[in-house]
Design a protein around this ligand. Structure first.
Ligand code: NDP
Length: 273
């Protein structure tokens, strides 16, 4: 029988996940059905309970339900516990529900493997201190960068995050006014691009041969990407992260690792309608 999966969010109409997982299934020969489903904003637990009770095997979880999914899961992976958020739920053999967070792994896989940007011994600036920044920290620190500096509009949130993860690597933090030098890689994990804005950043933070990554994706380059490109940085949007996190979820569910390159290429060729 075909195994059932879905992405759940609110809103959900524009999700690319069904296309991505359909492409993974074709590529790997896995027999799955994957759809997008809308849940009421205060109804995640009931939605998820019914989905799994009716035979569903796994869920991807997007805005605004990642914290609800964390609470719903019977057990969490280490990276989900560190992120404090869950984007993937998987029904286990014994019927219990495992919560994972594959966003950070998807980000690192995109940067390291698709883009070929080095992370080891590099100076990394992480902009933002919300859920996406939190989820990225453990996978980024596992790559042994020289330094990760977290900068956020609200400085104390960045400082809190750095203190929480300090056992895992060399972390500093602050606001958007004062930066410790220049960086090899700047990752925009703020949501500023969603409103076509960018954090007010000084040009001095862009080091020579700097790479700049915006977690937001769309048909047009974001203001952050345009700014970084004007300073001769190499830029990328977050579409590869989206495909990367999907690949990690697919692997968790099916035990088969899909090849993200062709799927990313297919999505790039289409418009984001
Ligand atoms: P949150 O709402 O948890 O956090 C938002 C962060 O952005 C906060 O640190 C906030 O600062 C900062 N911020 C918001 N507006 C501005 C601004 N105008 N200038 C400077 N800083 C600003 O969001 P998430 O962490 O969940 O998501 C962040 C981004 O990452 C989103 O745009 C999301 O689309 C993207 N994302 C992409 C994924 C992918 O697969 N490509 C996966 C997950 C997320 P403050 O604390 O001061 O409010």
């Amino acid at each position: 029988m075909t195994d059932r999966y879905a992405v759940v969010g609110n809103p959900i109409a524009h999700s690319l996940s069904p296309r991505i997982h359909a492409a993974f299934a074709t590529q790997t020969g896995e027999d799955i059905h994957y759809e997008k489903l809308l849940a009421e904003k205060d109804g995640f637990a009931e939605f998820a309970r019914q989905f799994f009770a009716s035979g569903g095997r796994g869920l991807n979880v997007t805005v605004p339900f990642k914290l609800d999914a964390c609470e719903f899961a019977d057990a969490l992976t280490d990276r989900a516990r560190a992120a404090g958020a869950v984007n993937t739920l998987a029904r286990q053999q014994d019927g219990s529900i495992l919560g994972d967070n594959t966003d950070g792994a998807g980000l690192v896989a995109d940067i390291r493997d698709n883009l070929g940007w080095p992370l080891r011994d590099k100076k990394i600036l992480l902009l933002g201190a919300g859920g996406a920044a939190r989820g990225a920290l453990l996978p980024l620190l596992a790559e042994n960068p020289q330094q990760v500096h977290i900068a956020n509009r609200t400085a104390h949130k960045a400082e809190k995050l750095a203190a929480e993860f300090s056992a895992h690597g060399q972390l500093t933090a602050g606001g958007l006014e004062d930066f410790p030098g220049s960086f090899d890689l700047i990752i925009n994990a703020s949501s500023a691009s969603l409103s076509d804005e960018m954090p007010p950043l000084p040009t001095e933070i862009v080091g020579p041969q700097c790479n700049a990554y915006d977690m937001v994706y769309g048909a047009e380059p974001t203001p952050f990407m345009r700014w970084a490109r004007s300073l001769n940085a190499q830029v990328a949007d977050g579409l590869g992260m989206l495909v990367g996190q999907a690949a990690e979820s697919f692997f968790l569910w099916r035990g088969v690792r899909p090849n993200v390159g062709p799927v990313l290429e297919m999505l790039r060729k289409r418009s984001f309608d």
